[in-house]
Design a protein around this ligand. Structure first.
Ligand code: HEM
Length: 455
């Protein structure tokens, strides 16, 4: 019903009895179910989940309306908040309004182009340090390897430190917490978090583990400052710590923790996944792999890549664009309306949740020929500029577009270049790569690959 009592005119969508089944399918297998609904019902689909409506948008123009044109009428959705708030608190990813605007302004300088190019050398150095331990013929889980590498890069560049201890477990902790939060958000049975169930106890332990890493980063810096030693740091953490409100107060320890945790996690997980999907897709597409190797050999002639080389490596850029198209680490974004809005000719009341899926849109044959094929070549003739806004959005769009996009693209370019110069990877025969769409798009059993040295 609308506020004046008229019946709401809703977009097409599945009707009738098996709705409970549908809600279950969306939650259990979002990729296949959202794709099927889009193909069956068209550009705007109403999915009824119990008493609520979720609106799936499958036309670039509608995505543009929500993320850019009418962005002020939307907040991040409760779907996102339910599964991330426990860990990220009121960090940049989910905060709203004036508070979000202030925090975004504070963090932005650390991501300016001139600033992130300074991180290039560290990115290449980390790729070299991690890959130095790889032996020809050895089998490794590339998902895990990439997680350790990007964590090192994020912590060294953004927080000016190195993590000690058992950092290999960060990926596992995060995986568990995503599964735990999704299960809780999806379950009609709300068991309080303080009940000592095995899952609640483990969630507490994993959160404490991640908290301890983040607090150790902050504490180390505070100790340095308290000692009066000259502070050589000019990084993101320094900016967050010295940031003052208009009234002269600093961020509270909790706010500092939330921002640091958000950037700590968002700053490495998605990039690690994109890198591991890159090795997987190259191994499945030897022609593209050879073309990439040839480009790297011709342009770099064996020396380590620098930031300035990237513009002379168009095929490398195309490979990364194509990986982000087919395996977008963030495979859906969602918003909830905070004001009445009209999208696609339908009026929606406050509180309507809109889902926009990169996975679905990036596989739409109207915008991408042979959408299932891995064809980096498609990006070589300016496709990105010809696509309508909202057709390709691996980093989201509008004011809430990923703050780390430039950082991630630089890291992806340099790490793929440095590693592909020296290694090829082949999926271990019989290893099943199974997608696990949690908050991010993971590989359920990892990506086990044999490492081949190219020297
Ligand atoms: C391949 C890598 C990455 C992908 C695919 C990715 C994707 C995204 C997407 C889709 C959003 C928008 C979410 C929405 O609209 O609801 C986002 C936001 C965000 N990302 Fe990334 N991201 C990546 C790397 C990074 C990195 C390296 C950082 C930090 C160093 C980062 C930090 C953030 C933050 C803080 C936000 C929230 C921005 C805001 O709302 O103001 N991301 N990311």
């Amino acid at each position: 019903m609308t506020t004046d009592g008229r019946a709401l005119r809703l977009p097409p969508g599945p009707q009738g009895a098996p709705l409970f089944g549908l809600a279950f399918q969306v939650l259990r297998d979002p990729l296949a179910t959202l794709t099927r609904l889009a193909r069956q019902y068209g550009d705007i689909v109403c999915i009824r989940v119990f008493k609520q409506h979720r609106i799936l948008l499958n036309l670039p123009g509608y995505v543009e309306q929500v993320t850019i044109v009418q962005h002020a009428k939307f907040h991040k959705s409760t779907l996102t908040k339910d599964v991330t708030e426990r860990l990220l608190g009121q960090g940049l990813l989910i905060s709203e309004g004036d508070f979000w605007r202030r925090q975004r302004r504070l963090a932005q300088p650390a991501f300016h182009r001139s600033r992130i190019t300074e991180y290039g050398a560290t990115m290449v150095e980390c790729a070299e340090t991690h890959s130095k331990t790889w032996r020809d013929g050895e089998v490794r889980d590339m998902a895990q390897e990439m997680m350790a590498m990007t964590l090192d890069i994020a912590v060294r560049t953004l927080f000016g430190t190195r993590l000690a201890g058992d950092v290999g477990n960060v990926g596992h902790s995060l995986g568990f917490l995503m599964r735990y939060s999704l299960r809780k958000a999806r379950s009609p049975l709300k068991i309080p978090e303080n009940w000592p169930t095995p899952a609640n106890r483990r969630a507490k332990r994993e959160t404490e583990f991640l908290d301890s890493l983040v607090y150790s980063i902050i504490a180390e810096r505070q100790k340095n400052e308290a000692s009066g030693a000259p502070n050589p740091h000019n990084d993101l953490l320094a900016m967050l710590m010295s940031a003052m409100d208009e009234d002269g107060t600093q961020m509270t320890p909790k706010q500092l923790r939330d921002e640091t945790m958000t950037l700590f996690l968002a700053g490495h997980e998605t990039t690690a996944l994109t890198l591991s999907w890159t090795w997987y897709l190259l191994s499945e597409n030897p022609t593209a792999e050879s073309r990439l190797h040839e480009e790297l050999r011709t342009v770099l002639d064996g020396r380590a890549p620098q930031v300035s080389d990237l513009e002379r490596l168009p095929y490398l850029k195309a490979v990364i664009s194509e990986v982000l198209r087919l395996y977008p680490a963030a495979y859906t974004i969602a918003r909830t309306s905070i004001a009445p809005c009209n999208v696609g000719g339908y009026d929606f009341p406050v509180g309507t949740t809109f889902v926009m899926s990169q996975w679905v849109m990036h596989r739409d044959a109207r915008y991408f020929e042979e959408p299932e094929a891995f064809r980096p070549e498609r990006w070589l003739d300016g496709l990105e500029n010809r696509l309508p806004a909202g057709a390709y959005f691996p980093f989201g769009d509008g004011p809430r577009r990923c703050i780390g996009q430039g950082f991630a693209l630089l890291e992806l370019g340099l790490v793929v270049a440095r590693i592909a110069q020296q290694f090829r990877f082949k999926l271990v025969p019989g290893h099943r790569v199974v997608l696990e769409p949690l908050v991010t798009l993971r590989a359920k059993y990892g990506i086990r690959m044999t490492i081949h040295s190219r020297s």
